[in-house]
Write a protein that binds this ligand. Structure first.
Ligand SMILES: [Cu+2]
Length: 308
């Protein structure tokens, strides 16, 4: 025990503490960490700008944990490099000789354990909140296919709407035969449209292999597993278009099945729903027209054949 007390009292430890203070104040005042903490960095370096409370919470957890990791990193490596430098053999330093210090062993078991428990207590409520899919305003089933997404509005306003979401970036852009646009590999034929400030429950599954449905801006990432149904939810609090990618390696076109979520106002959403229902009716009409036409052609050709 005495060794430990002497250790904390000695010159090396004190100068190490000084070095530690200097390093941490450098990091604390650096523009990078200030802007990272206030989430002002461009999305190029930071996480996507949050568009839901859940995503904002996840950002905070991310930066708090990064902070804890940084402190541990600076303490451990700072101590190590300082010791190596200040007590080098060429200065004639004799290594200290002490073994089996109960106090130190208890400390290096208890401190990490407390850190881990602390992180658990802090992060668990946020993880649990991600699983709470009750009281949703709209329920949408999403199915992963090689290599596109299928959507089906199961409950709430828009019930019955069904469509596929496929990449529209031309193949020529992928093979560098035409210039790439800003929406390269994130543009799709049909956006997933949802109203702002409504709880959307996503029922997630797959048809062939494991995919993962993810929109970072609203804080959702969930594996889509064939034969299983998983669910997740989000409540976007900003109107806008948010993109994501299939996040589970699913085959040769894994990189070419983006997800595009369009968050609109309640009025725009109602308008979208009625336009979808209209187009569904008209495709039904086209289908019936087409069948009638085919029957006509067939019967007329039969008549002609018969006439010969
Ligand atoms: Cu996939």
């Amino acid at each position: 025990m005495n060794t430990v007390l002497n250790f904390f009292d000695n010159k090396i430890f004190k100068s190490f503490l000084g070095l530690l203070l200097k390093t941490s104040s450098f990091f604390a005042t650096s523009a990078y960490f200030v802007s990272a903490y206030s989430n002002d960095l461009t999305t190029r370096y930071n996480l996507r700008e949050p568009a839901s409370v859940m995503a904002a919470d996840l950002h905070t957890v991310h930066w708090v944990l990064m902070g804890i990791c940084l402190i541990i990193f600076v303490v451990v490596f700072g101590f190590m490099f300082y010791s190596i430098y200040a007590h080098r053999k060429s200065k004639g330093v004799k290594p200290a000789d002490f073994h089996e210090s109960t106090a130190i062993e208890i400390a290096w078991t208890a401190i990490p354990l407390l850190i881990v428990i602390g992180i658990g207590v802090y992060a668990t409520p946020i993880v649990m909140a991600q699983k709470d899919t009750t009281n949703a305003d709209i329920t949408i089933k999403v199915t992963g296919y090689q290599w596109k997404w299928g959507y089906e509005y199961l409950r709430g306003e828009g019930e019955g709407i069904k469509f596929y979401q496929t990449l529209t970036t031309p193949y020529e852009q992928r093979i560098n035969q035409s210039p790439k646009t800003n929406n390269y590999l994130i543009e799709v034929d049909n956006d997933l449209v949802v109203p702002v400030n409504k709880k959307i429950r996503m029922v997630i599954t797959a048809n062939d292999v494991i995919h993962a449905w993810s929109i970072p801006a609203v804080g959702v990432k969930q594996d889509a597993i064939p034969g299983f149904v998983r669910d997740s939810w989000f409540k976007a609090n900003k109107v806008g278009t948010y993109t994501g990618q299939c996040s589970e390696l699913c085959g040769k076109d894994h990189a070419f099945m983006p997800i595009t979520l369009k968050v609109v106002t309640a009025e725009d959403y109602s308008e979208w729903v009625s336009s979808q229902n209209q187009s569904k009716l008209s495709t039904k009409n086209i289908k019936t027209d087409f069948i009638a036409e085919a029957v006509n052609v067939a019967s007329s050709s039969v008549e002609q054949e018969g006439g010969k």
